[in-house]
Ligand binder design. Structure first.
Ligand code: DGJ
Length: 734
């Protein structure tokens, strides 16, 4: 039982008012959140942090502020920010909520506490939910808004959650970037004023910013020490996260759907459910909060989150749109010969009347182009079987092109304003389908269902989305509901995904959106993984994957070995370094193997074999980030350890190269100080083994001192280069 309710007579003030105070503890194995929810009184926030003892719990009210509503509403305290602001049917714009009931129930995956609030005057209700997930230190919180007023109520702001965070020297870590530069980490001290992190793309919400943040409560962020609070809004659409710091002792954090151009008209008897915000607390620094998120994700928020992922070759950077039977067969045979397990055919395989030879046509015409693939998908599956690999396929279901048979048949299915020309996206012809429309939802569901029914051997789908909503307008929604468009798009998408997952729970589906445009926990419950970025440059990936790992586990982060020079940065990075970076996530390849030398193929073959050995540690283990590339010390390093701490993999990548430079020696973390670990270098290219190859060290030594990495590789002269990286496998002696 991780829910404790403490009922006792409160301080004089509440006592005089005759209220029975009711503090509610929502607890996880290592954390407590306490709210005050006396029936007839206010729902107030009291505490969120490390687990409280019974004594602390009993006295918490006297030590904590109890002045902040746990879900502030607009109207009776207008000068501060609120989470919910509405306009009642009679024009009244105020809310004043009181607790009417508190209950808890046990579900199969955790416990749910519901605080029911009612407006003091209007039949207007808000249920505030807190859910703990068994075995994790994450609390999900969200709200359900409903009413019985005669006329509809307009929701002008409808955030999911609010959390006050004590001021001091609090730092915010968050991700930002752009296409091909996703997941860039920014860390900044919170100062007076308002910090807003938001998205308005409509479709893809994580290119430019992310709906997840971390707060370091004890000063400058540390990876492995200090108190941190993490928050992840589980939503795939437009969002707004805000930290408001004004004249009191707290930073005021809000997270939820971005209400801009999205005022929501709620009819009597219907309810509006906000997306959950997942909160976590750790006193083991940022990496500690990341581990909490990763475990929660693998156990509850990622499709098949605890099943090892296959090592794949994706055709995109190898052949782009140049798809043909022979070429696919050759790629399958090549990845099979290197030990890979899956081949994924990317864009360019479909189109009837219009051929998809570039990005300007055919989306929506999901028929195999028999001019390119005369034997159809059957032929591809036949070749996959022949080569001993599984087969996967790319689709972009939510989109069309104006040059397509689908658009010719259903011009009314696209998002666009009435009486205006559509704004066109990728290739000068791309348009977004209106997922509010149930016919569009059926069309998308049927696309997947037909593929899977006809070709049950399809093992993997890459689901792409390469355009945002650029022009406002749903042809399906009525005129008075146009402001629901963004919300209904994502509700429609979720409905489709729920149907797909109900029928195909084990199908692997990659969540891709022009690279990393959709790394969010709104969608990930339906996907097994996501494409981190269209940028596959290994050096830039060190930075991008570092940031992305704040919130997402390695098992979900598709990380591919690609060609040199790199197709996005044109940088030439040796294969060893490209492999060592890709091997820190869900390893795959994105390259034309036919252009690789035999030596390169052998290196990849060896890497794939070694990755298979460490795959459970990387994909299911605990992450300890050790040396941040953002510290600009010339090196980045991290480590994965099994929960039992009997095996670990240590990664070390130089991020710059100067003669006679001085790099810090990286101390390890996450090992058992009392265990002795034998060191083995993986992906070795040097002519000589490392000094400590095969030697054994205690976890205590490795964590206090680390191992001295040579700054360069020992190679024949003509192979020397300006990159250096190491992967060490550590195994505890029996
Ligand atoms: C964008 C994706 O991010 C790429 O990996 C690739 O699938 C292209 N779309 C195909 O058009």
């Amino acid at each position: 039982m991780n829910f404790r309710k403490i009922t006792f007579l409160l301080s004089t003030c509440l006592f005089c008012s005759g209220l029975l105070a009711q503090n509610v503890e929502i607890s996880t194995p290592n954390t407590s959140m306490v709210i005050s929810a006396p029936v007839g009184g206010n729902l107030n926030y009291l505490y969120y942090g490390a687990k409280l003892s019974p004594t602390d719990l009993e006295n918490i009210e006297s030590a904590e502020p109890s002045i902040y509503s746990a879900y502030p509403v607009y109207g009776m305290n207008c000068q501060v920010e609120s989470a919910l602001a509405v306009k009642h049917g009679d024009g009244n714009m105020s809310l004043e909520m009181e607790v009417v009931n508190v209950s808890t129930r046990t579900e199969k995956d955790g416990e749910v506490t519901v605080v029911e609030l009612k407006d003091k005057v209007y039949p207007f209700y808000v249920d505030v939910y807190y859910k703990t997930l068994n075995g994790t230190d994450v609390i999900e919180t969200w709200t359900e808004v409903k009413h019985q007023e005669k006329k509809p109520v307009v929701l002008n702001r409808f955030q999911s959650a609010y959390l006050p965070i004590r001021r001091g020297d609090v730092w915010l870590s968050h991700l930002s970037g752009s296409w091909a530069n996703e997941g860039k980490l920014t860390q900044e001290r919170l100062e007076p004023g308002v910090k807003i992190i938001k998205n308005k793309d409509g479709v893809r919400n994580t290119h430019t910013a992310h709906p997840e943040v971390m707060f370091s409560l004890d000063g400058k962020p540390q990876e492995n020490s200090g108190a941190t609070i993490g928050a992840a809004l589980c939503y795939s659409g437009n969002y707004k996260l805000m930290v408001d710091t004004h004249d009191d002792e707290y930073h005021h954090f809000f997270a939820g759907i971005n209400e801009e151009n999205s005022a929501y008209t709620l009819p009597k008897g219907e309810s509006f459910v906000t997306p959950a915000v997942a909160l976590t607390y750790s006193d083991e620094g940022l990496s500690g909060s990341s581990r909490n998120f990763h475990k929660w994700a693998r156990d509850y928020k990622l499709a098949n989150g605890n099943q090892l992922r296959k090592i794949l070759l994706n055709s995109w950077e190898g052949v782009y749109f140049d798809i043909n039977q022979e070429g696919m067969d050759q790629m399958m045979s090549d990845i099979a010969s290197m030990g890979g397990e899956l081949f994924v055919m990317d864009d360019g395989w479909f189109g009837g009347k219009y051929q998809r030879n570039t990005d300007n046509s055919s989306l929506g015409d999901w028929v195999v182009d028999t001019r390119k693939l005369p034997d159809g998908i059957e032929g591809l599956i036949r070749d996959a079987k022949k080569n001993g690999v599984k087969f996967g396929i790319w689709i972009e279901p939510e989109m069309s092109n104006t040059t397509s048979e689908l658009y010719e048949k259903h011009p009314e299915w696209i998002i666009k304003a009435p009486q205006r020309e559509p704004v066109l996206g990728r290739g000068g012809t791309q348009v977004v389908l209106d997922l509010a429309n149930p016919q569009v939802q059926d069309f998308i569901y049927n696309l997947v269902d037909d593929l899977m029914t006809k070709y049950p051997d399809i093992d993997y789908i890459k689901w792409d989305a390469n355009m945002g909503i650029q022009n406002h307008g749903s042809n399906y929604l009525t005129a008075d509901k146009q402001s629901h468009m963004y919300i209904e798009f994502h509700r429609g998408l979720e409905k489709v995904l729920q149907r797909i997952r109900a029928k195909y729970p084990e199908l692997t589906i990659q969540d891709c959106a022009s690279g990393g445009g959709r790394a969010n926990y709104g969608l990930l419950p339906y996907f097994d993984e996501f494409w981190v970025s269209d940028n596959t440059d290994a050096l830039q990936r060190v930075y991008m994957q570092w940031g992305t790992s704040y919130f997402f586990p390695a098992i979900a982060m598709a990380s591919h070995i690609s060609a040199a020079p790199n197709h996005q940065t044109f940088r030439t990075i040796p294969l060893k370094y490209r492999i060592d970076v890709a091997m820190s996530g869900r390893l795959g390849m994105e390259i034309q193997p036919k252009n690789m030398t035999e030596e390169e193929k052998a290196l990849c073959k060896n890497a794939i074999e070694e990755y298979k050995m460490i795959r459970p540690i990387v994909q299911l283990g605990d992450l300890y980030r050790l040396q941040s590339p953002y510290d600009n010390l010339g090196v980045a390093s991290l480590l994965y350890a099994t929960p039992e701490k009997d095996k670990a993999v240590f990664y070390w990548w130089k991020t710059e190269q100067f003669v006679n430079q001085h790099l810090p020696r990286v101390k390890m973390a996450g090992l058992d100080p009392n265990k002795n670990y034998k060191v083995k270098e993986l992906n070795r290219v040097d002519n000589e083994p490392l000094n400590f190859e095969g030697k054994t060290f205690s976890g205590a030594y490795l964590m206090a001192n680390g191992l001295e990495m040579p700054y360069n590789h020992k190679l024949d002269y003509h192979k020397l280069n300006d990159y250096s990286s190491r992967v060490l496998y550590l195994e505890a002696a029996q």
